[in-house]
Design a protein around this ligand. Structure first.
Ligand code: PEP
Ligand code: CO
Length: 458
């Protein structure tokens, strides 16, 4: 199946799940050519560094925090939403470093998370008493959200706009990090402006402050001792990640680099294959199998052990540590049934890969609020899946290496429950996601505290 030669466009010969029907093929090819000529967003050195840090995580020396928006929109390319997302990831990682006593590797779902798989390729609505069917909205990289023909027609110029917005986002992130914003000595920089309005419950706030002080003391003590690992512990960097859904976008930024073997996807450090596009003979696995980047693979409840092992062999043919990230997203109701079988097969196979748990995507449900049907997730389900997944890992020889989560630094009401006590009737207060419901600041921090308290024996 995979023995034919690979190239950045060999995926074109395979069935393409979620294939976007661009009406103007010439315009598409012109945009692809333009995208191929633009500078890369990341470098092969960074990608290789990520691979080596992922290999450390596989060996239990780091914990991975992989998180961000479900879908970034071009309109989110503003300073506050970007900085707030970094602040939440930084605050969560501080809690995790403190609780787990190991460095945290941060990978953002950002600077390119603009394309979304949909359950249906088309959407039908009744407009002025007439039923209309148009292409679904696939994210800002593909088409536009308003329900009219011009907006929903896939527009290849958005591929170029996506590259520009990703570059702008990444430039801001790099400048903040280089300028000292992410310095572990200054966690006060990460406080969110709306803390007074939507702060942590008093108990968590006190715990956070206590942790912050004890971490600062620890840092000063180790620095006084001239501890060499301190630089590594306090060095904060962010890697980027997005679902490799639009293979036109990803393959146009896939190239060779001087003095290195193979092809790199230079639009992101860690592309991943979604649960809807992971067919063994499909275009997405074909594209990803030829990359030097580490590659993520979503592992949903319908995946069989055989499929898992075949996909892993395709994506990590040399069976190297740091090359493959498996992201289990089973749902609280299915995880105890679906995950152990996969983990047993994995342990027996000797395959290398880093396992993360995504306790979000198997727990999405719709609720009716007034005349609206709203997608939500319950924090209780998220925490339950995490605890059950943790137990499944603990019973096998496979290490649980990190968390994959959808969150935002904004004060949204998209997931119910948690210490904030968001109820179904509160969901419409500030429901802002383009796609799936995200944890808000308080809910995300709560999750970090739970992991820091209960995952000590990872
Ligand atoms: C996602 O991560 O936003 C997503 C669509 O996930 P999955 O492929 O696991 O459903
Ligand atoms: Co999502």
């Amino acid at each position: 199946m995979s023995t034919l030669p690979w190239s950045p466009t060999s995926w074109l010969a395979r069935p393409i799940a979620q294939d976007i029907p661009y009406p103007d093929q010439r315009a598409l090819q012109a945009c692809v050519k333009h995208l191929q000529s633009l500078p890369p967003l990341v470098t092969s050195w960074e990608i290789e560094r990520l691979r080596s840090q992922l290999a450390d995580a596989e060996a239990g020396k780091r914990f991975v925090l992989h998180g961000g928006d479900c879908a970034e929109g071009f309109a989110d390319c503003r300073p506050a939403p970007i900085a707030d997302k970094l602040k939440v990831l930084l605050q969560m990682s501080m809690v995790l470093v403190h609780g787990l006593k190991r460095p945290v590797l941060r990978i953002g779902r950002f600077a390119g998370q603009y394309a979304k798989p949909r359950s249906s390729m088309t959407e039908t609505r009744t407009v002025d008493g007439v039923q209309r069917t148009l292409p679904s909205y696939f994210g800002d990289l593909i088409n536009r959200a308003p329900f009219d023909e011009a907006s929903r027609t896939p527009d290849p110029a958005l591929l170029i706009a996506g590259h520009a917005h990703a570059a702008t986002t990444l430039n801001f992130i790099r400048s903040l990090v280089d300028g000292g914003f992410a310095d572990l000595h200054h966690p006060e920089y990460w406080d969110l402006s709306f803390l007074s309005k939507a702060g942590l419950p008093a108990l968590l706030r006190t715990e956070y402050e206590r942790m912050r002080a004890s971490l600062a003391d620890g840092l000063r003590f180790m620095e006084a001792l001239g501890e060499t690992t301190i630089a590594e512990l306090t060095r904060v960097e962010f890697f980027t990640s997005h679902e490799a859904l639009s293979l036109w976008y990803d393959s146009s930024q896939t190239r060779t680099v001087p003095r290195r073997d193979g092809f790199y996807n230079l639009s992101t450090h860690l592309p991943w294959v979604g649960d809807r596009t992971r067919q063994l003979d499909g275009a997405h696995l074909e594209y990803c199998r030829g990359l030097q980047n580490p590659v993520g693979l979503k592992v949903g409840p319908s995946m069989s052990p055989d499929e898992l092992l075949q996909a892993a062999a395709l994506l990590n043919p040399a069976n190297e540590p740091g090359k493959l990230v498996l992201i289990a997203r089973m749902g609280a109701a299915k995880v105890s049934h679906a995950l152990p079988t996969l983990l047993d097969a994995w342990a027996a196979s000797g395959r290398k890969g880093l396992w993360l748990v995504d306790p979000m995507h198997g727990n999405t449900r719709s609720v009716q609020v007034g005349d609206k049907s709203i997608k939500t997730r319950s924090v209780d389900d998220v925490l339950r899946e995490l605890a059950l997944a943790h137990d499944s890992f603990a019973r096998t020889a496979v290490r649980l290496g990190g968390l994959h989560v959808e969150l935002t630094g904004e004060d949204v009401t998209e997931c119910v429950g948690g210490a904030a006590g968001i109820r179904e009737q509160d969901l419409t207060t500030n429901y802002a996601t383009f796609c799936d419901p995200r944890l808000n600041y308080q809910q995300a921090m709560e999750l970090a505290f739970v992991i820091a308290r209960t995952f000590r024996r990872l």
